[in-house]
Design a binder for this molecule. Structure first.
Ligand code: SF4
Length: 386
């Protein structure tokens, strides 16, 4: 008889990122949000967290270090004491040879002195969502009563800076902000924001991106990144990290034999759990989505099922086969495959209606145009010694 643990270990190479939803609730209501249950005030039970971390640590699927992201809804709507208890319990369960790095992805509106002290104390990586200066941010990122959240978010960022808590920001670009790289750059510099990541408003779940509908969005994205990078290069020490450029450089300039993986298509490399203990993998956004072909993307529940048995589930086999078929098509047809690895399953599903597909607007922007930009820059770079 097959040993399930051994069969699973053939499918799963390692968990690199654990995405935990402590509550689906979010205190604000962004226009582009795809989360279906962001009005629910449910909270994950301590027992569910215990079952998750004890099983993850016992699975043999974690090597060296586990990144844990507390994400989606808004993690900071729960009190600091919740995280102090959770972190203490995780620390007690953690095998001594494994490291754990906690991160929060937050809208920043609830940051105060006590949170800053907690972040610093627990060495938490903090990512704050802010879409640039007020006129861009307040277009989409609204309270439940429809008011802009810029003032509260920037206050949170200023507090992080004052308390010297390291952080990065994630900004969702709209067609309007994409046309204003100088304004975006000046804003970050003025606010002392050094590490930036750019997302584009994506089509995910029931949310259909307006940005993607714009003609010329590829060119606009390329121009934005190019100009933003040029401005940063001309002002050394101001913007120290632009995620899209850093990632593209790492993929373009790497030794031929360097291993390259795409976490988003590796089974359980990203493992996601919602507040109720439901488990999913591949793109974290799949956790809350439904789809006529798959119904949902839940593989089991950590309170009832053994984590290491989840790769035996029939719906996992279907997802894996379809995602791998999409990756194989990408490998065959796309000249960017060596720097992409087959893209984001959730975007393929949302834009093309199937995992078994290739190009999306999302990958054209974030993979193809970002790679083009780095290759173009290398073409124009002066030769060493010349
Ligand atoms: S860039 Fe797009 S089409 Fe090319 S490999 Fe990535 S996901 Fe596939």
């Amino acid at each position: 008889m097959a040993d399930p643990g051994r069969t699973a270990s053939r499918v799963v190479s390692r968990i690199e990122l654990l995405v935990v939803q402590p509550t689906p609730f979010c205190n604000i209501d962004c226009l582009y949000c795809y989360l279906p249950h962001r009005g629910s005030k449910a909270v994950v039970a301590r027992e569910t967290l215990f079952n998750l971390f004890s099983q993850v640590f016992a699975s043999g699927w974690v090597r060296d270090c586990l990144s844990v992201v507390w994400h989606a809804g808004e993690p900071m709507v729960l009190p600091i004491g919740f995280y102090r208890d959770a972190f203490r319990m995780i620390e007690q369960l953690r095998p001594p040879e494994l490291g754990v790095q906690h991160s929060f992805q937050t809208n920043g509106t609830l940051i105060d002195e006590a949170w800053c002290a907690f972040f610093a104390d627990a060495h938490v990586n903090v990512g704050v969502s802010i879409d640039g200066p007020r006129q861009f941010h307040d277009h989409n990122r609204l309270t439940r009563s429809g008011r802009g959240t810029f003032d509260r978010t920037i206050r949170g960022i200023r507090l992080l800076r004052r308390h010297e808590v390291p952080f990065h920001v994630i900004s969702v670009l709209s067609p309007v902000s994409m046309a204003e790289p100088r304004e975006m750059f000046d804003f970050y510099v003025e606010e002392g924001i050094e590490r930036v990541c750019f997302n584009v408003e994506e089509s995910e779940g029931e949310h259909v991106s307006q940005s993607f509908a714009e003609t010329g969005v590829d060119r606009a994205y390329y121009r934005f990144l190019s100009e933003f990078w040029r401005l940063s290069a001309n002002a050394p020490g101001k913007i120290t990290f632009i995620r899209e450029i850093e990632h593209a450089i790492q993929q373009v300039i790497r030794p031929a034999d360097a291993p390259f993986g795409n976490q988003l298509v590796e089974p359980f490399a990203i493992t996601s759990m919602d507040w109720a203990g439901n488990i999913s993998t591949f793109s974290p956004e799949l956790l809350g989505l439904k789809n006529p072909a798959y119904e949902d993307f839940l593989l089991g529940n950590i309170n009832r099922d053994a984590l290491i048995d989840l790769p035996q589930r029939p719906n996992f086999a279907t997802m894996l086969a379809d995602i791998q078929a999409g990756v194989a098509m990408c490998r065959e047809r796309c000249e960017y495959f060596s720097v992409c690895g087959g893209g984001e399953p959730v975007n393929k599903l949302a834009e093309n209606g199937s995992f078994v597909s290739t190009e999306t607007t999302y990958c054209r922007l974030t993979k193809m145009r970002a790679t083009d930009l780095v290759l173009d820059a290398l073409d124009h770079a002066p030769l060493a010694g010349s």
